[in-house]
Design a protein around this ligand. Sequence first.
Ligand code: FAD
Length: 416
Amino acid sequence: MVRPDKDVLVLGAGIIGVCVALHLQRRGKSVLLVDRRAPGEETSYGNAGLIERASVIPYGFPRHIPTLLKYATNRSADVRFRWTYLPKLLPWIARFFIESSSRRLRRAAMDMLPLIERSVTEHTDLMAEAGILDRARRTGWIEAYRTAKAFAAARTAANALDEFGVRYDFLGPQELQAREPHLAGGFAGAVHWLDPATVADPGGLVKDYASLFLRKGGEIVKADASTLAAGEGGWSIRTQGGEVCAREAVVALGPWSDAVYRRLGYRIPLAVKRGYHVHIEPAGDAVLNHPVVDVERGYLLAPMTKGIRLTTGIEFAGRDETPTPVQVDQTEPHARRIFPLGRRVEPTPWMGARPCLPDMRPIIGPAPRHKGLWFAFGHNHHGLTLGPATGRLLAEMMTGEQPFTDPAPYAMSRFG
Ligand SMILES: Cc1cc2nc3c(=O)[nH]c(=O)nc-3n(C[C@H](O)[C@H](O)[C@H](O)COP(=O)(O)OP(=O)(O)OC[C@H]3O[C@@H](n4cnc5c(N)ncnc54)[C@H](O)[C@@H]3O)c2cc1C
């Protein structure tokens, strides 16, 4: 191989790739960030904007029979299956089911805790450096319950998180009304999670982080990451300006990471949970102060730069199959009943694909059979939350620093 142009190629300019690039740059590495689009325009654009310090227990597969039946018959708006896709997904679902036993879920929670705990402080650190501290709202988010029974169960579940230092308020109907005056009454109660930060434009946040990377001398190039090739002493990629070489490469392609690892012979059970959003104008002078989840109806409303963003739960379908935004159509009428909403901002819902591994942990670490190749993908429901902590951890591993936490739970080797 010719003399390397860079120390590291980071493939993928979503929240994960951009944060990895920034943390490598902080440690003196010259980095080329590679994407086929501009930064932050895929999954990291369309999420709900929660930097989810409170989400300590990963979202496991339900084991409650009535819930399972509801999901199995597509009667629930929060989870939907495309039946033709199910045979392909079955091994993944089976493993996800096994990993969701209460004992294993607790193990996963403990493994994820070091990353989750640092999520807000690591974002604050990058935001401070980028001069965009005002992007973070430090007011948490609200989970609202329609029935007293569901609210009581939620209170028990919240109390169980005390050992993790998670802070929350329980709100009765009047307290909820005080915090969200334009939310229609009728909720039995709510849990207000106080620790998470939220952002009104997650894609804009990634772009700001990418601008910081550029200001500090980083380079971004548009290219197809699947042209990555191993050479003597490093890695190269084809760009419009010719081949670019580096000693090391990081795969941070989110749900498209298979474009690289599969060609290199890795078998990794990466699946996607698709999700949708649509922006709707608030009607009149209605203001939503926090993201609010209507738990029993399975959707979230978040105040965003473009309007109120309604985001949906999970759709199990192939990443590249045609969008079927049934869950938007199912939930929008409920949303209109609880909050004054005007017209849709865009006619067609956005669709994204959460990159998910069945044991609910990402892969962060070296590719076992290829020197100088590193993986950082599979962040499930919490990629926005975990971007900066992932960037720090991987950069520490790559530069021989003492990692802030034991990276073993995120090792690729757990999949053989
Ligand atoms: C509806 C919904 C709501 C969500 N809400 C939240 C939330 O509130 N909080 C939270 O923490 N997380 C949330 N998530 C999850 C979060 O959005 C993801 O985990 C995260 O965005 C993944 O980031 P990433 O950088 O791994 O992937 P991406 O953002 O998808 O980045 C991957 C990049 O790779 C590039 N790429 C792909 N293929 C190629 C190629 N061949 N060549 C070059 N470039 C390529 C893409 O263009 C893209 O920029 C939500 C997800 C959805 C769908």
